[in-house]
Design a protein around this ligand. Structure first.
Ligand SMILES: [Zn+2]
Length: 325
């Protein structure tokens, strides 16, 4: 690569794929213009015309991608949507299905908490469902959208065409199948309602089997990740996930509260963003905990002190997760 172009590219942060491509392209155009001008004014160029510049492929602008996070509830999908949506080339949508499938549903928790119209999604209720993601790409200016709606009926609208065959979209569709250690997931359920461990694991297993079957049946591009790995050792777990999605791991994205996220999310992960706003609608199941952890990176292992040992032993058996990972 021409050292001068490389210098210009290196000055642009990773993640700015479009910017890097534009600079690279404009540098090529300038070189080509200089070469053309030189040829026009040359006198008797009797020697064969040699290539003026090296043949270097133009860095392509990444194709638009929608990432669907599929998981059981209370498995960290909103948190992961915020973190991935904090990368330079991506945007968090949250449970984006809601304004399209629940008439009158609010489109942005942040602007709701600020008691203001959303500058991004203010007219979302006039957008037909089939344009849902085109609209979000245009409004957010991102190449990668993160949707944690989770419902298979929602992703089916975009993954499958008529007769159940894979649908051709004008964007790439990728799936992140997010699993959570059954012990942490069960403890989260217990904070909301009483439940027997044996019934809980049946629900957890059934949902994750449905997701796995859906991915396999329609041959979707998918990656399985464990919430506990992503929160417990992010430097090891995130690069593989980001590589699958097509962008570099940016550790700063873990501090997702430093970016303004328009969209939906009203659980514990949203507390770091919305907790200080008077009109915020956030349901955490444990407000004191999230107040204490607000705007900090943490690994939620409250199950260690909350679960009965018999439940912890039962749900801690390796085969529950081994079926999927
Ligand atoms: Zn908003």
């Amino acid at each position: 690569m021409n050292p001068q172009w490389k210098h210009q590219l290196d000055a642009i942060p990773f993640g700015s794929v479009a910017s890097r491509s534009r600079v690279f392209h404009s540098a090529q155009l300038r070189a080509h213009a200089r070469a053309s001008s030189s040829r026009r004014h040359a006198v008797m160029p009797a020697i064969p015309v040699m290539p003026v510049m090296p043949v270097v492929p133009i860095v392509p602008i990444a194709k638009r991608t929608v990432v669907f996070i599929l998981s059981e509830r209370q498995s960290g999908s909103t948190w992961l949507s915020y973190v991935l949506g904090s990368h330079a080339s991506a945007s968090h949508l949250g449970e984006y299905r809601r304004p399209f499938t629940m008439p009158g549903h609010v489109a942005c928790r942040l602007c709701e908490a600020r008691s203001q119209p959303c500058p991004i999604f203010h007219d979302i209720h006039s957008i037909p469902l089939e344009r849902a993601f085109d609209y979000a790409f245009e409004r957010l200016g991102s190449n990668c959208l993160i949707d944690c709606s989770k419902q298979l009926s929602w992703i089916s609208r975009f993954a499958l065409g008529e007769n159940g065959v894979p649908r051709e979209n004008n964007f790439d569709l990728k799936v992140v199948h997010l699993l959570r250690d059954p012990r942490g997931w069960f403890a989260s359920q217990l904070r909301r309602s009483p439940l027997a461990a044996v019934d809980a694991i049946a629900t957890w297993q059934n949902t994750n089997r449905q997701i796995a079957h859906f991915i396999q049946q329609y041959r979707l591009r998918a990656l399985r990740v464990l919430y506990d790995d992503l929160t417990g050792r992010p430097a090891d777990a995130f690069p593989r996930l980001c590589d699958f999605l097509g962008f570099d791991f940016q550790p700063a994205a873990l501090h997702y509260w430093n970016k303004e996220h328009h969209g939906l999310g009203g659980n514990g992960a949203a507390f770091s963003l919305l907790g200080s706003l008077p009109q915020a609608k956030v349901t955490t199941g444990d407000d004191a905990f999230y107040q204490q952890q607000s705007q900090q990176m943490f690994c939620d292992d409250r199950w260690r002190s909350e679960l009965q040992s018999s439940d912890a032993d039962f749900l801690g058996q390796d085969h529950w997760l081994a079926e999927f990972l």
